[in-house]
Design a binder for this molecule. Structure first.
Ligand code: ADP
Ligand code: MG
Length: 836
């Protein structure tokens, strides 16, 4: 009976009322003309019908078809923004600002009514009707108002980008929307994607029980010819420069769009190109070009120090240095500088003319690869009279400057936009005919063992390459110049990159979601789910570390009690650090005994892989720091390297003592970053002083060992006693062997471990791995620290099985502070190692 009742309840459709008022808009006629050209306009009626009748809708359409700017307007006109707001989320800040301004302009409303909100910045008011926001901001709002009761429609824009927050939002909204409908106050979700590949959303039955309707917007796209380079040059910036010079000097009219990886690269190319083809306000280019008079000379000696370049990137830095040197030389030569009005001419850069080379065989009538160093483009640059109107575009660019890419260039100048992947789908730049694609992008990569994350330059996916190419075919047939070979495209560019959420370590993700109040991470309807087992293991690990704890909660739907893991106060503190939780914990616990500077250095060193090559013999450990083990050696190495760095001898020092120089630089960066973050949160603590660090004293060294244990407490090893070795086995093989956790086979101290000198009974380790082939294969642990077993009940109580408090023998006390250390008798871990 109950089943049939349930079925009946299901059959009853939820009320899905939609507004019936129509809101009039007085658009500027110019705007009206421009929007009529957008493909999405032809679909207005179909889109609105589907929105009215459905809780979910997917809109897929080529970049530039008008999704972001027009669909919010359709909703506004249909009355969806009258009683509640329309929300639009963007993964990028730059799009959030630009799109809200554009929609306000098109609707002839102010930014009071069409506003934006992102972290640290926004202009929303109580009159806001359409609210653009970053995906992270909407996620925050869900935490305080789970039903999103202020909104009538949520649009998730750029869903194909699969940013972590967007993916989590989709999972949450797949549940929130039906809930709202059940309550008679419907909320609608529109998912917008620039790729037609939407199976991850439609075919995922956990996300949507029934696949939502999909509207595909057909848009007119002109053919784009793809040109691959024959060779793939390592210095893709220089190559991008050359290719652009050639396009500008040899090919017909049409805007150029260059894709590079980051702000610094954008500024670098911008400067180089501006200095070669400067635009001057006092010259009438229309006359100049038609009359074919003598052109403007390239001015290579304009002086200005490039002060906003603060490059981390070695390549760019080197290039910049060379350029600066060359400019200084040039400055000496040219004494009298011509007086010209260069308002828009920030920081021109001489590029050291020797660089400007290239002699193409232009056999097919189009540009071929540059032939690197041999020949020079300089004559072409000099004889070219047409200025290049070069504009930057990147995420952190301020909004006035960013809006300039939408305006036509001055008469006679050619538009050239140097952009990061922002221009790939987020912003459509008009009138582009040539795309120069370096094939690179910056991607956050995570090391799953150390948890360190860093931005790396990687090959774009083939899907991105396609998107970038598409930017050239919006106004007429276009060309894309890929600065890499077709072999690279075939073999090195993946069809697409996995979603961000599946590329980050899960410990991190679990903690992040728990902090957002998402308790059942394993059951969460991810669009693409990370490995379930990994999620469970991460939860367990975090529980062991005291970052999560069990809570009883009533499960109303199943009518039973169930346990869920929630964040502890310690966990909250840990989540503030951009580190894997275990390292965050070490930091969170080190507000004592002036330990923070050491912990910061230690954590920084532990999160960078392979700091030392070769043996620890270079670093003979002594006295009380010996027991701190390999992390102690790392600490000394880092401090000493800082000393060498101050004296300008870092390179020599690293080579001499077997340190990886790049790792040392990376550690310096992480230390600075952590120090500044902690200085912000702990007022009055300055942890950035003394990068060279005195060695820790005895008490500090002991506390550091305890901190290491607190973060690595699930990775404890106990020495295998020689009496435990079976008959007939070679005892010598067990000299450095330990039991570790549930592992049956012995684990050996790494051959470079400084603890081989003492072979302590109890240790924690950072990493386990296999070495050797076939018969010689064995398990090895590295970065090992000695611990005292009586610390285990204090720092890893979750893994201890404790009996009655000790009375006989007496509780044990810490030598230094006299604190009671061990109250209990008991065992540790699954294997039941007896605590002494
Ligand atoms: P989609 O979201 O489908 O990629 P958009 O709605 O972002 O498309 O863009 C539609 C059109 O509006 C594009 O041709 C774009 O160039 C134009 N556009 C967007 N913002 C501006 C602006 N600030 N000024 C002028 N044109 C703009
Ligand atoms: Mg868009």
């Amino acid at each position: 009976i109950s089943k049939s009742v349930k079925d009946k309840v299901k059959i009853k459709k939820p009320l899905l009322e939609h507004p019936t008022v129509h809101v009039n808009v007085k658009r500027d006629p110019k705007v009206q003309v421009a929007r009529l050209k957008l493909p999405v306009l032809g679909e207005e009626q179909r889109i609105m019908e589907l929105v009215n009748e459905n809780q979910f809708l997917i809109v897929a359409g080529e970049t530039g078809s008008g999704k972001t700017t027009q669909i919010p307007q359709f909703l506004y006109e249909a009355g969806y923004a009258e009683k509640k707001m329309v929300a639009v989320t963007e993964p990028r800040r730059v799009a959030t600002v630009a799109m809200s301004a554009r929609v306000a302009h098109e609707l002839a409303l102010t930014n009071k009514e069409v506003s934006y909100l992102m972290r640290f910045e926004g202009n929303t008011t109580k009159d806001t009707k359409i609210k653009f926001m970053t995906d992270g901001v909407l996620l925050k709002e869900i935490q305080s108002d789970f039903l999103l009761s202020k909104y009538s429609v949520v649009i998730i824009d750029e869903a194909h980008e699969r940013s972590v927050y967007t993916d989590i939002l989709l999972g949450l909204l797949s549940r929130i929307v039906p809930l709202r409908c059940k309550r008679g106050s419907p909320l609608r979700l529109i998912i917008m994607s620039a790729t037609l590949r939407v199976e991850d959303f439609t075919e995922n039955t956990r996300l949507f029980k029934q696949p939502p309707p999909v509207i595909k917007i057909e848009s007119r796209q002109f053919p784009v010819t793809v040109h691959f380079n024959k060779n793939t040059y390592k210095d893709y910036l220089k190559e991008a420069f050359r290719k652009t010079v050639k396009i500008h000097t040899r090919l017909p009219e049409g805007g150029i769009l260059i894709f590079v990886t980051g702000q610094q690269e954008v500024r670098y190319l911008l400067r180089k190109l501006k200095s070669c083809f400067p635009y001057r306000k006092d010259v009438d280019y229309s006359k100049l070009i038609t009359k074919n008079t003598k052109g403007v000379e390239v001015d290579t000696a304009l002086d200005s120090e490039p002060d906003d370049i603060n490059s981390d990137d070695d390549e760019v830095e080197k290039e910049m240095k060379r350029a600066r040197k060359a400019r200084r030389k040039a400055k000496k030569k040219v004494k009298a500088l011509p007086k010209i009005n260069l308002d828009d001419y920030d920081m021109p850069e001489d590029d050291g003319q020797a660089d400007l080379v290239g002699n193409d065989d232009d056999s097919e009538g189009h540009l071929s690869d540059s032939d690197a160093e041999e020949d020079s483009l300089m004559p072409e640059i000099k004889s070219c009279r047409q200025p290049l109107w070069v504009l930057p575009l990147y995420s952190m660019l301020n909004s006035n400057k960013q809006a300039r890419v939408f305006e036509p260039p001055p008469v006679g100048a050619r538009l050239c936009v140097v952009s990061t992947d922002v221009a790939e789908t987020s912003l459509t730049i008009p009138a582009i005919k040539y795309v120069v694609d370096t094939g690179k992008k910056k991607m956050k990569v995570h090391d799953h063992v150390t948890g360190a994350s860093a931005w790396r330059v990687v090959w774009t996916s083939q899907a991105s390459a396609g998107q970038r190419a598409g930017r050239a075919g919006r106004v007429c047939a276009g060309h894309v110049y890929r600065l890499y070979s077709s072999a690279v495209y075939q073999h090195d560019c993946p069809p697409q990159h996995a979603p961000d959420l599946c590329r980050r370590p899960v410990d991190d993700l679990v903690l992040m979601m728990k902090c957002m109040g998402i308790d059942k991470v394993v059951n969460f309807p991810f669009p693409t789910a990370p490995d379930r087992l990994q999620l469970r293991l991460a939860e367990k690990r975090l529980e062991t570390l005291g970052i999560l704890e069990r809570h009883d909660s009533k499960n109303a739907s199943r009518n039973c009690q169930e346990e869920i893991l929630k964040v502890t106060p310690l966990g909250k503190a840990v989540s503030a650090f951009p580190l894997l939780p275990r390292y965050g914990k070490m930091l969170a616990l080190s507000h004592q005994q002036a330990l923070l500077p050491y912990t910061i250095a230690l954590v920084a060193a532990l999160t960078v892989p392979e700091v030392m090559s070769g043996k620890a013999d270079n670093w003979p450990a002594t006295g009380h720091t010996l027991l701190l083990g390999d992390p102690g050696v790392l600490l000394r190495a880092v401090g000493a390297a800082e000393y060498a760095h101050r004296k300008g001898e870092e390179q020599l020092f690293c080579a001499k003592y077997g340190l990886r120089e790049k790792a040392i630089k990376e550690i310096r960066k992480i230390r600075k970053q952590l120090a500044s973050e902690i200085n912000l949160s702990v007022a009055g603590v300055d942890v950035s002083v003394d990068p060279e660090m005195k060695p820790p004293d005895e008490k500090q060294a002991r506390l550091l060992r305890q901190l290491v244990l607190s973060g690595l407490g699930d990775q404890v090893g106990r020495k295998i006693g020689l009496d435990e070795v079976k008959e007939g086995e070679d005892k010598r093989k067990f000299k450095y062997a330990y039991h570790c956790g549930d592992l049956e086979e012995p684990v050996h101290l790494h051959s470079a471990s400084v603890l081989r000198k003492t072979i302590p009974e109890w240790v924690v380790y950072q990493q386990l791995y296999e070495t050797g082939a076939e018969e010689r294969r064995k398990m090895v642990m590295s970065n090992v620290t000695a611990i005292e077993p009586e610390w285990l009940p204090v720092y890893v109580p979750q893994l201890c099985n404790l009996g009655e408090p000790l009375s006989d023998p007496e509780p044990r006390y810490e030598d230094v502070t006299g604190k009671v250390l061990c109250h209990y008798k008991g065992t540790f871990g699954k294997a039941g190692w007896e605590l002494p």
